[in-house]
Design a protein around this ligand. Structure first.
Ligand code: WT7
Length: 651
């Protein structure tokens, strides 16, 4: 990571938008002027332009009770109608909404009219199952059209979805179901990944035996993997026997702008994931605005593809809500980039003439490693805009993306945001902003960003500081599900009425913002957020473990990688003769408890951990070890010789 940041600091390349691109660009400099003149009025105008309100709002923002914001409070809308019915009513029912590609090679093209019908049918089934406004529905599905249909059907009836990424374990699913008290789980028998079927329904069955809340009444199951599943006739229903046969007549009701839309769990600095709560009108406004302007979307002609899974916020805002609110045509792909061959993504770009591609630096870096001949075996000339998200993109990867994938002249936008922000907050606007590789650049129009020192004073010059958002924004989180205190403590205690993002940042002489990584105990592995505390408590839950410390170590491909240091219980240590097998068992244990994404790259079995006199583990020193660097200042350690002992053991 340090190496990349050093490069970034030296980065001086600039790319001016081409006159042809600028001439047809959706965004223009006037957006900044309008937002500057009156930020709140700017968002009101955007919302009226981009969305259909059944009852127009008259109040734009209520910030009298910070940090609890209300946007467009007295307005009413239906989120699903905004993403579906209104496009059909406007005569665009025949436009393809989803070009779906299954990993084994099966495909489905679904128009806006078809998607609308399917969502109406699913909405009727949910209502029949007793799901009503405000009820929670857990969604645990592969990347199949039914995932999109489920989310929109839940939104249509005013219920609240909690999508759980299909890679999470039964334990993780159970704790999310319990925290939200979900009454329904929507899942599939299985899905395809790396050429094989991975089972989902059995994980749900397992989660429901682990669930302590007993809130789930039904499980709705899509047939996808054709793998064998157990069936509980009182509880389980097949999608193809219920949704497929339900009526496609469904009158949607309008809900208040602040009606909850979804909960999405994300890792924080403690062991317990937080349920980030988003609401309707403000969220959809900013998702649609940024999707249109940051990706220069021309809905009649573009084919857009965001490679994120709907289990993450990127999938919520830039696969489901933003693109569909804007009437976009998009690709939805079920599988991994390298199945059945390493050029699979580029084959899809060629086949569907994808014009806008949005993906993560970790993917770009793994393609870089494989070499340009793989993408260059395909025709990528349809691409006209590239986006990046999830972690800082190093200038080398940015340049490779622009040249090798983009042919050398198309814009690359690096977008900074979070699960909590709901939509993009920092990005260039293509056609307007001069591009600078490695920097996320500038606040989106209508967003106010600052960089502060620890004591809250603004950071002058190019020194690094803490990234804050100084004014409320439409798609901001409205809280942490069931825990208003944690919401205040985590984001608002540090700087009063300013939102503390948890990222370090600096601003260069041009005013461009450079993200410097997390300043808390949150790791970023392949653009996914993981908590050191959560993995440590999983390791400690293993019967062999006495103590554990986890760090995020720089990794060439995944940005960071999970590296764990574990002390075994004395009773165990004597019996463990094969250290490699023991660390493999612990890696497997974490993957089983949390999910494969949390599996440590390495688990080192050690006799000691570096601690201060007050007993605090000095992770900084462990990170030095994990990254193969000389160990830094050890003077505050209770026992300064300990690092030598650990370092000998790690070797
Ligand atoms: C954290 C949020 C937003 C969707 C994906 C991740 C890091 C995200 C960038 C970027 C540098 C970035 C930050 C942030 N991050 N995008 N363009 N440049 N860092 O969402 O799981 O909520 O993680 O990802 O550290 O705080 P998330």
């Amino acid at each position: 990571m340090t190496v990349q940041i050093d490069h970034a600091l030296e980065e001086i390349r600039r790319f001016r938008p081409s006159p042809e691109f600028a001439a047809n660009a959706v965004a223009d400099a006037a957006l900044y002027e309008a937002a500057q003149a009156d930020r709140v009025a700017f968002w009101a105008d955007q919302s009226r332009d981009l969305l259909h309100w059944d009852k127009p709002f008259t109040k734009t923002l209520d910030w009298t009770n910070p940090p609890f914001a209300k946007w467009f409070e007295d307005g009413e809308l239906n989120v699903a109608v905004n993403c579906l019915d209104r496009h059909v009513e406007a005569g665009n029912g025949d436009r393809v909404a989803l070009h779906w590609v299954g990993e084994p090679g099966d495909t489905r093209d679904i128009t806006y009219a078809e998607l609308t019908d399917e969502v109406k049918r699913a909405a009727n089934v949910l209502t029949d199952l007793g799901v009503g406004s405000g009820d929670r529905v857990a969604i645990y599905l592969p990347m199949i059209p039914e995932a999109v249909v489920s989310m929109l059907a839940v939104a249509r009836i005013g219920a609240i979805h909690s999508v759980v990424f299909g890679g999470f374990s039964a334990d993780s699913l159970a704790s999310r179901i319990d925290d939200a008290e979900a009454s329904l789980v929507i899942t599939a028998d299985g899905g395809y990944r790396k050429g094989k079927v991975f089972a989902l329904k059995p994980v749900v069955d397992d989660a429901l035996t682990k669930s302590v809340g007993g809130s789930v009444r039904n499980v709705l199951v899509v047939k996808r993997g054709d793998n064998e599943v157990e069936w509980n006739a009182e509880r389980d229903l097949w999608w193809h026997e219920t949704v497929a046969t339900a009526s496609s007549e469904h009158e949607a009701q309008a809900f208040e702008a602040e009606h909850p839309l979804f909960i999405l769990y994300t890792s924080g600095t403690t062991g317990k994931p937080k349920g980030i709560l988003h609401t309707s009108g403000g969220y959809l406004t900013q998702a649609a605005f940024t999707h249109r302007n940051v990706f220069d979307l021309h809905p009649e002609t573009d084919v857009y593809w965001c490679t994120a899974d709907v289990g993450w916020i990127t999938g919520h805002s830039y696969v489901v809500y933003g693109p569909l609110a804007n009437g976009a045509t998009q690709v939805l792909y079920e599988g991994t980039p390298d199945t059945p061959h390493p050029g699979r993504w580029w084959e899809i770009v060629e086949q569907y003439k994808v014009s806008i591609l949005y993906t993560a630096p970790t993917a770009i870096r793994s393609f870089m490693k494989l070499g340009r001949q793989i993408p260059h075996a395909f025709n990528l000339r349809s691409l006209r805009l590239l986006g990046s998200v999830g972690e800082p993109i190093n200038p080398e990867a940015w340049i490779w993306y622009r040249h090798v994938i983009g042919g050398g002249s198309i814009p690359v936008v690096d977008t900074w945001w979070q699960t909590e922000t709901g939509a993009i907050m920092i990005s260039a606007l293509p056609g307007v902003t001069d591009l600078k590789p490695g920097s996320a650049q500038v606040a989106v129009p209508g967003i106010s960003i600052d960089i502060l020192a620890d004591d809250g004073t603004p950071v002058e010059g190019e020194d690094g500081g803490l990234l804050v958002i100084t004014e409320p924004w439409p798609s901001m989180l409205r809280g942490i599900w069931g825990d208003p205190e944690r919401f205040k403590e985590t984001y608002w205690e540090k700087f009063g009425d300013k939102y503390f993002a948890g990222d370090g940042a600096r601003r260069d002489a041009d005013g461009d913002i450079w993200l410097l990584g997390r300043v808390d105990d949150v790791m970023n592995v392949s653009g996914h957020r993981l908590s050191t505390a959560e993995i440590e408590s999983s390791l400690v839950a293993h019967p062999w473990t006495a103590e554990a410390a986890v760090v995020g170590a720089a990794d060439e491909t995944t940005g960071q990688a999970v590296v764990a240091f574990v002390i075994l219980k004395a009773s165990q240590a004597a019996q463990v003769t094969d250290v490699a097998a023991a660390s493999e068992e612990l890696r497997r244990h974490v993957a089983g408890q949390i999910g494969a994404i949390a599996r440590p790259r390495q688990v080192f079995i050690v006799n000691e951990l570096p601690k201060t006199r007050s007993g605090k583990i000095m992770r900084r020193l462990l990170r030095d070890l994990a990254e193969g660097r000389e160990v830094g200042d050890t003077t505050t350690l209770a026992d300064t010789s300990i690092m030598q002992v650990i370092s000998d053991q790690v070797k």
